[in-house]
Design a protein around this ligand. Sequence first.
Ligand code: AMP
Length: 217
Amino acid sequence: MRLLIFGKQGAGKGTQAVRLAEHFSIPHISTGDMFRSAVREGTEFGRRAKEFMDAGELVPDSVVLGMVRERLARPDAEHGFLLDGFPRTLPQAHGLREVVGEDGLDRVIELAVPTEAVVERISGRRVCADCGATYHVTAPPRQGWGHCDQCGGSQVVQRDDDNELAVRRRLAIYERETAPLADYYADGNLLARVDGVGDPDEVFVRILTAVGGRTSS
Ligand code: AMP
């Protein structure tokens, strides 16, 4: 299964992507996570990416494409993958087609959530600095903020790029650069538009239905 999921920041992509990758046993390839881990490792590459990220801007297409091309060449991606947060622009979508070929994707999921709802979600979002697991101020880790459910890490914090100015900038960039992907993939009959509002379990069932997978009870 070769899947791609996109949607506004805060639409719940990360949560759904982790579940989808697990369901289909495919690697979850998140460009945002890849950049954040480079930032954590303190590499020169990470330092340059962080400047764009903190400003709420997109990292240049050529940089992202090179990184994704390398990742897709790894053996675990040979029989399927889930791309999350990539492509974000039409040039990236064209670049992806060059890498995977004309028939290189099985389904493209657009997770649709109104802007007001995502602003509320993002401003309340908290993430584990160690493993990237996400929470919301209204849904903390089971044992409280000092203990991540996934990895036990003690630092569940607000992402540097979740400040209000950066959020507004990212949403404007989304409309301009990323929203056109819907038409691009609709033309190729790949697009499945899924309503991302509601309980995450229900949204997951909607996504599975849209990609033609079966729900396990
Ligand atoms: P995300 O976690 O997907 O919201 O990504 C966080 C930040 O990483 C974005 O705001 C961008 O600065 C950068 N980024 C992630 N994926 C891409 C991409 N495909 N193209 C350009 N920049 C990206």
